[in-house]
Each structure stands twice: as structure tokens, then as C-alpha cells.
Design a protein. Structure first.
Length: 148
């Protein structure tokens, strides 16, 4: 017996022959069968205008780093203008003109709103008139900050 025959015999002893046939079992359902009875989720059409509730939900993900409340609940968002072509114009203010986050908060709002699928372009303008005051905060914000 040659060395090659010896290796072949050893390999057969270590790894028995594998039956590569697939046993009869339950059939795999088709895509239609798997999702039967479930509501089909359809993404919005590309040319659909942005929806106000989606834009507000995106803004509500942005928090002032110094205050544990989102900017929308703080009352810092003064206006949201939605356009049919996917543009969104936002006017916002800050709690004070010397706010340390004055540079990053408008950009954070812009990026959050751009995450909405139907939004194509966002402009955020910081305005100081009328000046922000605590009366603009929602009840949820007052409760979170214990300001009742």
C-alpha cells in the first residue's frame, strides 16, 4: 500500500460518507404564504410632501445638552413650513443669546429633520424675536424640569 492509499483510508475512517440528499420534511413557505394576513408596509412615494407629525417627531429627538428636555417641548421651535417639493423651513430660537450650544443645536435639528424619508432639504433659521421665555414650554417640559 502506498502512502496516498494510506491517507485515503485514514480520511475515510475519520469522516464517514455524508448523505447529501435532503430528507422529506415540511416545505418552505413562499413569501406570499409567510406574510399572509399581515399589512404590507409601503414606503411613501418619492414625490410625497413631508408630513408635519414626522418632522415634529424628528425634532423631538434633539435635546439641549444642558437641559433634559427636547427642543420641541422646550418651545424653541417657532415655525415649521412644509413645501410640496420636500423642502422644510424651520424657525427656532435658543434659551439665551449666549447659549453655549448656539452653533450645534440648529445643525442637530437640520440633521434630525433630514432623516425623514420625504424631506429633501432643510433650512433652519435662528430668530430672536420674539425672545424665548419659559411660557413657551409644554406642560411635559415643565413637569420634567419641576417648574410647576
Amino acid at each position: 500500500m502506498t502512502e496516498a492509499d494510506d491517507l485515503k483510508t485514514r480520511d475515510e475512517a475519520v469522516s464517514p460518507a455524508v448523505d447529501e440528499t435532503i430528507p422529506d420534511g415540511p416545505s418552505v413557505p413562499t413569501k406570499e404564504q409567510a406574510y399572509e394576513g399581515e399589512e404590507e408596509l409601503v414606503p411613501p412615494p418619492v414625490d410625497a410632501p413631508p408630513q408635519q407629525d414626522e418632522v415634529i417627531a424628528a425634532i423631538e429627538t434633539v435635546f439641549d445638552p444642558e437641559i433634559p428636555v427636547n427642543l420641541y417641548e422646550l418651545g424653541l421651535i417657532y415655525a415649521i413650513d412644509l413645501h410640496d417639493d420636500g423642502r422644510v423651513d424651520i424657525e427656532m430660537s435658543l434659551t439665551a443669546p449666549n447659549c453655549p450650544s448656539a452653533q450645534e443645536l440648529p445643525q442637530m435639528v437640520r440633521y434630525a429633520v433630514l432623516s425623514v424619508p420625504t424631506v429633501r432639504e432643510v433650512t433652519v433659521k435662528v430668530v430672536w424675536d420674539p425672545p424665548w421665555d419659559m411660557s413657551r414650554m409644554s406642560d411635559n417640559a415643565r413637569l420634567a424640569l419641576n417648574m410647576f
